[in-house]
Design a binder for this molecule. Structure first.
Ligand code: NI
Length: 227
């Protein structure tokens, strides 16, 4: 057991269920993470699907402006397409995680397929370091995904608040929704790769100062779940 037990999930979806007991299914054992409540007002921003040739840099600039660390779950294929953007994330000191090679829904694959998605992303990230956080695309998990994650030493990272930036939710709506539901320990899901007209940079410019004003502090996902 690598961590505390306070936020281990034992179901395969991303419903906001908090279990305060150790998992009973051995196959689930303590590798799936989302919120971990804390009294330090810590929350974590996470950005999926990148890197993106323009939005990643834009988001990095905003994070730098506010001195906010974040975690970027990268798609292996995009790392190969946009290596400079991936390197910029690393150079800025943010955390990096694995988000599969080409964003397959892992529950549709057999074990070899899951392994391939994870390891090909790992290879794409190799020049940036070795990472052991895995966010399955769409949060889709099953026993096979958990088995592979465990065998490869990964922790499976979900989220608590989906900003729905991927659906082009307007920045003000994103901001309002997050402020209405956020609690210390939450992992917030955003995206640095959105095909066009991303609302994410504008939302961040509103959200970060509003969260600071309410006393929240930003940490990486690892820091959040390790306490
Ligand atoms: Ni994704």
């Amino acid at each position: 057991v690598r961590n505390g037990q306070a936020f281990v999930q034992t179901v395969a979806d991303t419903a906001a269920v908090v279990s305060t007991t150790a998992p009973t299914d051995a196959d689930d054992g303590n590798i799936v993470y989302y919120r971990r409540r804390n009294d330090r007002m810590e929350i974590a921003l996470s950005f999926d699907d990148g890197p993106h040739p323009t939005y990643t840099q834009e988001i990095l600039s905003i994070l730098a402006e506010y001195g906010v660390p974040a975690t970027f779950f990268m798609v292996g294929e995009n790392v190969l397409y946009y290596p400079e953007a991936a390197e910029a994330v690393l150079a800025a000191g943010h955390e990096i995680g694995n988000h599969s090679y080409d964003h397959r829904r892992l529950t549709k694959l057999n074990e070899a397929g899951v392994r391939s998605q994870v390891s090909r992303c790992e290879e794409a990230l190799a020049s940036l370091g070795e990472y052991r956080l895995l966010r399955p695309p769409e949060g889709a998990m099953n026993a096979t995904v958990r088995r592979v994650a465990r065998a490869e030493g990964y922790r499976l990272i979900l989220w608590d608040i989906d900003t729905r930036d991927w659906a082009h939710t307007p920045p003000d709506t994103i901001t309002r929704n997050v402020l209405e539901s956020v609690l210390a320990g939450d992992i917030i899901l955003m995206h640095d790769y959105i095909g066009h007209d991303s609302p994410t940079p504008a939302a961040l410019r509103r959200l970060i100062p509003a969260l600071f004003e309410r006393g929240y502090r930003f940490v990486t996902v690892s820091r959040l779940i390790d306490g």
